[in-house]
Design a protein around this ligand. Structure first.
Ligand code: FPP
Length: 236
């Protein structure tokens, strides 16, 4: 593994449906295979210097999918309980955090999310940020409302700066995203962590998410290592 490893990787797990179609299977099977691929990628990331991985599991727009598919996607946190428990059971295991709206999730999923966060809270391993009912525009609205309330309660408008705004993001206090990976050939960010990815390197691959494995991850990391990140200045 090369020395220049991204601290925070954000992954848009795209192509489960097309993978299923290509294999003559129902779309839901694509999501099951996607979740299995995710577990393996997390296990690979645990062996690298990467500290945080954000995964786009369900967007604020995904509610518009057919009800049966939404219900299936919403059943994944429970369906993969054993795997999540296994990955987080040791104190050096993964720390699970969730970003997104929680109010539209079922009470059962809200309770499950709290359980996963609580049971892994003090873990020192890879932070897995599960973006569920997440959208950047919603995150901005949420942050703006919180800051407006603070202003109503006496905060000076001049006190609003980048760091204050950042402290109201769902992802606070995670570090900025270094590398965004999107699978399945789509080349867009789809309302995912736009503030956090302001200076991220963008990696796109034709591979459908269920086929994304350690070798594919290595290709993305090699791409990242080859980039000269200037952050608006002239030389790295
Ligand atoms: C995009 O593929 C994928 C999703 C909307 C769901 C991603 C979820 C997982 C990989 C499982 C997460 C697992 C846990 C345990 C929470 P798509 O359906 O948009 O594919 P398509 O563009 O080919 O139709």
């Amino acid at each position: 593994m090369q020395t220049k490893t991204p601290t925070h990787v954000a992954m848009i797990l795209d192509g489960n449906g097309r993978w299923a179609k290509a294999h003559n299977k129902p779309r839901t099977q694509g999501h099951v295979e996607g979740a299995k691929a995710l577990k393996k990628v997390i296990q690979t990331l645990e062996k690298t210097a990467c500290q945080v991985v954000s995964i786009f599991v369900f967007s604020t727009e995904n509610w518009r999918r057919p009800k049966a598919e939404v219900d299936f996607l919403m059943s994944l946190p429970k369906r993969f309980q054993k795997d999540i428990d296994e990955l987080s059971k040791d104190s050096t295991g993964i720390k699970v955090v969730f970003s997104g709206r929680k109010d539209r999730l079922s009470p059962a999923n809200q309770a499950l999310i709290e359980k996963y966060e609580a049971q892994s809270k003090t873990n020192t391993g890879l932070i897995v940020n599960v973006c569920l009912d997440y959208g950047f525009k919603d995150e901005m609205v949420h942050a703006t409302q919180a800051i407006a309330k603070a202003v109503q309660n006496g905060l000076a408008v001049e006190a609003i700066d980048e760091s204050l705004l950042e402290s109201h993001l769902y992802t606070h206090p995670l570090p900025p995203v270094d590398l965004v990976i999107r699978t399945s050939g789509e080349r867009r960010l789809s309302n995912f962590l736009l503030w956090q990815s302001a200076y991220a390197e963008l990696y796109f691959t034709e591979t459908y998410w269920p086929d994304f494995d350690a070798a594919e991850l290595q290709k993305a990391f090699d791409f990242y290592a080859s980039r000269d990140r200037r952050f608006g200045t002239v030389e790295s």
